[in-house]
Ligand binder design. Sequence first.
Ligand code: FMN
Length: 219
Amino acid sequence: MDLIDGIMTLRAIRRFTAEPVTDEEVLTCLRAARQAPSGGNIQPWQFLVVRDADLRRGLGDIYRRAYDRYEPAMLAATPPFRDDAEAERHRRTVASARYLAEHLHEAPVIVLFLMPNISMTLHDAEGPLDVGTPWASVYPAVQNFMLAARALGIGTTLTTVIRVYQDEVRALLGIPDRYELAALVPMGRPRGKFGVAPRKPLAAVTHWDRFGNRRDDIG
Ligand SMILES: Cc1cc2nc3c(=O)[nH]c(=O)nc-3n(C[C@H](O)[C@H](O)[C@H](O)COP(=O)(O)O)c2cc1C
């Protein structure tokens, strides 16, 4: 499919059919992930592909308990909505996220993106050099993975809420302590449809030459 179409219609898919995802499809997505940029080309990631039904149930249980704590905390921290349309969009996102929390194990494949807990801060004679967070070197791989899945007609969602109990995930899957769980991505054929998701207008978030110079004609 056309790359721009794929990017534009990549959105969070949280309801999956029972149709299997093949190893070849998973590998295609992992090869795309592996091509992602990383700081100094360190390629820090480890990918953990979970297919086993008991392990998916185990992950689903941990995920739901994490989400049960996250949802009320998130709702309490959500600022008032500007209008009814915004409130409705938020209600739908929460309902969809809640659905995933209760059905994660139904995704035929769950992929974990792991990041070693290393400091990448360099120092020179003047002190530490802040060249950005090491986590920036793993999320492009996650996005590449999800885009490749999109091209294959497979839905995904980038999730992180399970980090609340990531020690339990380490114990379940034998992940060494030195790895952080950067993302958990369920994948499967969507029950709904891909489509262009609503976003803020470009004009509200884009500046030209100097911060504050905006153009209203860009949509
Ligand atoms: C860093 C990050 C963490 C996220 N964590 C979760 C999560 O734990 N659970 C979940 O259901 N969605 C999670 N999401 C998905 C977002 O809710 C989703 O990308 C956003 O609502 C836009 O969805 P849309 O593209 O369908 O409009 C996360 C997304 C990002 C980028």
